[in-house]
Design a protein around this ligand. Structure first.
Ligand code: 5AD
Ligand code: SF4
Length: 424
């Protein structure tokens, strides 16, 4: 989501007559997009800003994103060389803010969360020529006890279905074949126009845009995840058979403390829809260990859930205390070393599951979108519909295959990727 925000901001600047350069050294104006989801990411920002000051005397600096929104004008105190601070809910005001900056104002802010608008720009500068990100909903109306996002990205705003479909068609005309729909919670997408589409209807229709061969979406919230999404995937092979459904914990008690609004059983009910689908759906998730009050039994419940679901991969994190969040006030914070230990336990447990799951792909043929070539190994890098990395050889060809769709026979499997040989 942040990467795509940067693509849109760059596009907006280019639309205003600025030009993009490859390195901060060449720039007069340096924009720094930031993340505050965990403390480590936030600390990095202030460290980097100090470094910028030393290395880039005399330049104009702007701080964007969640740290900008969270810290606001305090950034000017901590880093006086910064001249513009702007959160994501105010990006559509960037052209006006730039005018103030060019006029010599050294304390320019865009920090209002009070907006009904989404950040739409015809100028997004996409990095990847084949796969395009496309935002359908911004902000989040949930209030998970650990999460800073509702405070930094503001309330939910959905784009109209007409504008999403128009951008998808535009992307197809520009040669993109894969679209990744983005939102903090795509499942609560609600078309603000009279058509009133829900997420499953939108997904279905993006999957029918001529020329688009793959559609993905992230992120889903289990509470709002509907069976219609699986039905749509079953109907249309363009919709990738991969669902990222963050669970956070396998313990209903912890889920309640996290204010996740579902029980383990309700989550497993959604997993059962996926397992009953006609095409095998890859399932991935996010896990937080060491939430305040998490016991060893709770951790065991999470390990049991990993087995029960059989995830294709997971992102796992140590709980990090965030400003403004309800969990900040909870007693029984877990010591850092214990969080580190629990994280390692989860990751090791999952690694064994992945080895087993990936082994089942040996001897199957998977269609891959070719992402590039790895000179060191002499292999092409492919991505399956299930979002698995499949590195492969194609001996008789030295043409650039990037962006093509090829069938690849899987010959080997590891915990994090597959390897094989092209069959066409
Ligand atoms: N501490 C640790 N992990 C967090 N996440 C969100 N907030 C926190 C936090 N305070 C994780 C969740 C979420 C993912 C994007 O980041 O697992 O799904
Ligand atoms: Fe954060 Fe929860 Fe919203 Fe996800 S659903 S962005 S974890 S508050």
């Amino acid at each position: 989501m942040n990467a795509h925000d940067s693509e849109k901001v760059i596009g907006t600047l280019v639309g205003q007559g600025y030009s993009q350069v490859a390195t901060p050294e060449e720039a007069e104006l340096v924009f720094y997009n930031t993340c505050s989801i965990r403390d480590k990411a936030e600390q990095k920002v202030f460290h980097r800003l100090q470094q910028f000051k030393k290395d880039h005397q005399g330049k104009t600096f702007a701080v964007l994103g969640c740290v900008a929104q969270q810290e606001g004008e305090k950034i000017f105190e901590k880093a006086p060389h910064v001249s513009l601070v702007c959160g994501s809910a105010s990006y559509n005001q960037l052209p006006q803010l730039l005018v103030q900056l060019e006029a010599g104002n050294r304390r320019v802010t865009g920090l209002s969360l009070d907006t009904e608008e989404t950040f739409e720009t015809p100028f997004a500068r996409r990095d990847n020529p084949h796969r395009a990100y496309l935002t359908i909903i911004e902000g989040c109306d949930k209030s998970c006890a650990y999460c800073v996002v509702p405070f930094t990205r503001g309330p939910e705003r959905s784009r109209t279905s007409a504008s999403v479909i128009a951008e998808s068609a535009e992307l197809s005309r520009a040669g993109y074949t894969e679209i990744q729909l983005l939102g903090q919670n795509v499942n609560s997408y609600r078309d603000p126009s009279p058509a009133g589409w829900d997420f499953a209807t939108l997904l279905d229709n993006v999957g029918r845009v001529p020329g688009i061969r793959r559609v993905r979406f992230t992120t889903s919230h289990p509470r709002d995840f509907r069976k219609e999404i699986i039905d749509a995937i079953d109907r249309n092979p363009v919709l990738c058979n991969h669902v990222h459904l963050p669970v956070q914990s396998g313990s209903t008690r912890v889920l309640k403390a996290m204010q996740r609004l579902y029980t383990r059983e309700e989550y497993m009910h959604r997993i059962a829809w996926m397992k009953a689908a006609e095409r095998p759906i890859a399932i991935t998730t996010d896990i937080i260990v060491g939430f305040p009050g998490e016991t060893l039994d709770d951790l065991d419940a999470t390990l049991g859930l990993l087995d029960e679901v059989g995830y294709d991969s997971i992102f796992s994190f140590k709980y990090s205390r965030r400003p403004n969040t309800p969990a900040l006030a909870l007693d029984d914070q877990i010591p850092e070393e214990e969080k580190t230990r629990r994280l390692a336990v989860v990751q090791e447990h999952q690694r064994a599951i992945q080895i087993q799951r990936n082994a089942a792909y040996v001897d199957t043929v998977e269609e891959c979108l070719v992402e590039g070539f790895n000179k060191a190994t002499g292999q092409w890098i492919g991505r399956t519909s299930q979002h698995k990395t499949l590195n492969f050889l194609r001996p008789a060809s030295d043409a650039d295959l990037t962006g093509q769709y090829l069938d690849v026979r899987v010959t080997r499997a590891g915990p994090n990727s597959l390897a094989g040989e092209a069959v066409n």
